[in-house]
Design a protein. Structure first.
Length: 486
């Protein structure tokens, strides 16, 4: 524990949904749900307006639709979220060399290591300036917690939501924690929480009163010791700068199980290309290709192949993933596919051409092994008819709800929905008034997918941060709130 609240935890407010609202003027102040939209879709983020209806993350989208039938349901746009996250993490990186990202929208910052704060007053001032900078640069709000430990800083940011700042004064930690649920502590999930509840412990105060020996008896030595320290408000974990990723992967869950082997292979190849794009975006290469297949019965299989050396060649990764697929039985249907690369490095194998040639030779042999079988009368057996993807499914894949489009005549817009051979588009930009809605044929040559626009047309230059940045308010928003605890 530190004697000053110099550990900061930032958590962007309803990040994906807020980014969509900032991008789409017509959705501001309305219920927005971001996630998978198919029968097996899951909510990634819900706006605060949608949360009033009981919608929350990790909820099946079908259930969310029953709770909030009039909400806007959108497919995630990760390219936009990553771009905004890079802006936010850039601001944090200028505060301190010790920034520990937990996700695209959440991070710890050691303010003391960067000389940005050394007492409650300077910590509060830095936290407030950070919130103003984030709003000025991205148009979004973030909640800030400040405390002498990571655990308490995260608890403080939860109390600050939405769009606020809470600082936990040194010496008040135990008083703050005492009435809170045991679930607030790191590592206490539903199972552990239920186990503690059955033992009569529902608050952090109960844990502190029970004593270390009793907690060790209930949940084991390692967990019990740590749980008791946290109940006392003790947490010495340091803020660790971003570690190198151990792997890069992408995966897709399908609304309807895939049975056609040709379609399954095409999806694997598409995922392999996406995986390499992400790999190259991180300026990395990898040596081991991993294939993940979840079958119709929820059984999950993984297969891997280690190459001669690290590569970021899409041909090599695609063909390796294809070979791995040959060893997996997909007869009953496939509900999820994933392709990943591990053994990451910051260089590539010199002999890429030879490696790719070897891969193609193995692929050629596999193709020969898949030649049509010959029946007893000397005739070749006919291959199975491939499944044909429906026009509606193709339209949904090309025109996902919420994604950006550009029309030669009407300009930039976003997809409100598609079906029956039509796609409906609302034409507006982040800095415009709510736009008009028009409908087109899904194959209209004047309409094409587009990249997301920035949320702020001309963000201020923050190269001099944290020296000075203008205060800003989002359209219709508030400047947020500040508080100390208790």
């Amino acid at each position: 524990m530190r004697p000053a609240p110099t550990i900061l935890h930032l958590d962007m407010d309803a990040f994906y949904a807020s980014a969509e609202q900032a991008s789409k003027p017509s959705l501001r102040g309305k219920a927005v749900v971001v996630g998978g939209l198919g029968p097996r879709g899951v909510v990634a983020t819900a706006s605060y307006e949608a949360r009033r209806f009981g919608v929350h993350s990790a909820m099946p989208t079908a259930q969310a639709r029953r709770l909030a039938p009039n909400a806007a349901y959108l497919v995630p746009r990760f390219s936009l979220y990553r771009a905004v996250s890079d802006q936010v993490m850039g601001l944090l990186g200028q505060l301190s060399p010790l920034v520990e990202p937990l996700s695209l929208d959440e991070a710890f910052v050691d303010l003391e290591a960067g000389g940005a704060a050394d007492d409650p007053a300077s910590a509060r001032a830095t936290g407030q300036r950070l919130r103003e900078a984030i709003r000025a640069v991205t148009g979004l709000s973030g909640s800030v917690g400040l405390a002498g430990s990571k655990m308490l800083a995260k608890i403080a940011s939860e109390q600050a939501k939405p769009d606020g700042l809470v600082l936990i004064e040194p010496g008040t930690e135990r008083e703050l924690l005492a009435p809170l649920s045991v679930r607030i502590l790191p590592g206490v999930g539903p199972a552990t929480g239920d186990h503690l509840r059955r033992a009569g412990m529902t608050t952090v105060h109960d844990l502190a009163e029970a004593g270390e020996a009793e907690l060790v008896r209930l949940v084991g030595k390692a967990h019990g010791h740590g749980l008791y320290r946290m109940a006392l408000g003790l947490d010495d974990r340091p803020v660790v700068a971003e570690r190198d990723a151990k792997s890069v992967s992408v995966e897709d869950t399908f609304d309807v199980d895939l049975h056609d082997r040709v379609r399954v292979r095409a999806e694997v190849e598409r995922l392999a290309v996406r995986c390499v794009e992400r790999l190259r975006g991180a300026d990395r290469s990898g040596r081991t290709v991993v294939l993940k297949v979840r079958r119709y019965d929820f059984s999950t299989l993984t297969r891997s192949e280690t190459l001669r050396g690290p590569t970021d060649d899409p041909t090599v990764v695609r063909e390796a993933a294809g070979r791995l697929l040959e060893s997996v039985d997909t007869t009953g249907g496939v509900r999820l596919l994933g392709v990943g690369v591990t053994g990451l490095a910051d260089f590539t194998q010199e002999d890429l051409f030879a490696q790719a040639a070897d891969a193609r030779e193995l692929e050629r042999r596999s193709e020969e092994a898949r030649e049509p079988a010959v029946t007893g009368n000397g005739e070749e057996s006919a291959p199975a008819e491939p499944e044909i993807e429906s026009a509606e499914a193709r339209a949904a894949r090309r025109w996902p709800a919420g994604h950006d489009v550009h029309h030669e005549e009407h300009g930039h817009g976003w997809v409100q929905g598609s079906g029956i051979g039509r796609v409906t588009v609302r034409f507006e930009e982040p800095w415009s008034a709510p736009g008009r809605v028009l409908t087109f044929r899904v194959d209209d040559p004047r309409l094409r997918p587009a990249d997301p626009l920035p949320l702020v047309r001309e963000p201020p230059d923050y190269s001099s941060w944290p020296a000075s940045l203008p205060k800003s308010r989002s359209p219709g928003g508030s400047a947020g709130s500040e508080a100390s605890s208790p």
